[in-house]
Write a protein that binds this ligand. Sequence first.
Ligand code: ZN
Length: 212
Amino acid sequence: MKLEAECGSFVIVGGRICLNFLNTQVRKPRGIVDLISTPNQLRQWLVAANLISPEASERLSRQWQEGDNGRSARQQTVELRAFLRPIMEALIAGQPVPSASIERLNSVLHENPAYLTLRYDEEGRFTQEAQFDTDKMYDWIPVIAQDTADFLCHADHSLLKQCDGVGCIRLFYDTTKNHKRRWCSVEKCGRQAKAAAYYRRTKEAKNEGVCP
Ligand SMILES: [Zn+2]
C-alpha cells in the first residue's frame, strides 16, 4: 500500500487532514522549519493536501495580491496549528490533553457551524460528511478543526505515532495491517534508518574482527 503522496515540496503522509496539517512543521538541523511560512506556501500546501482546488488557489492568489488578506489567512491558519499540536503530543505521551487546546478548538467549531450530509454510494455504504456554510475566505480552518474533533472522538489513538526517524517530528495515523509502521516515509526516514543500522552492523563486524 502506498502510504504517501509527494506533492511538490510537501510530503503528505499523515493519513488524516489534521496530522498532515501539523506536518507543515518539520525539524531541520537549524531547528523547526515552517513549510507554510508565506501565504503562497500556504496555498500550495492547501492544494497538495487536497483542501482546495488549484482553481480556488488561483482565486486566492488574486484576492491576496492586495492588502493583508494573505498574511491574515496564514496567521489564522498557523494559530490553529499552534494549539492542535499539544493535543497530539499529549495523546502520544499518554498525558491528559490540555483543556486550553480543547477550548480553542471548540471556539473555532462554534464560529463555523457544520451541517452533516449523508451519502449513500453505489456499493451500499453510508458515509457522513461535514460541510460548512460559510462565506469566509478561510474555509479550510473549520475543515481541519472538524477533522481534529472527529479524530479525537473516533480514531484509535494508540495508532497515532511520531516518525521514528532521527529528529523527525512528522505524525501519522498507522492504518497498516499489522500496525508496525515506523516512519513518515520509507523513502526519507526509513531509508536513512536502514542505512544507519547497516553502518552500525558493519562497524560492529569490523570491531569484532580486530584483536584487542
Ligand atoms: Zn520521518
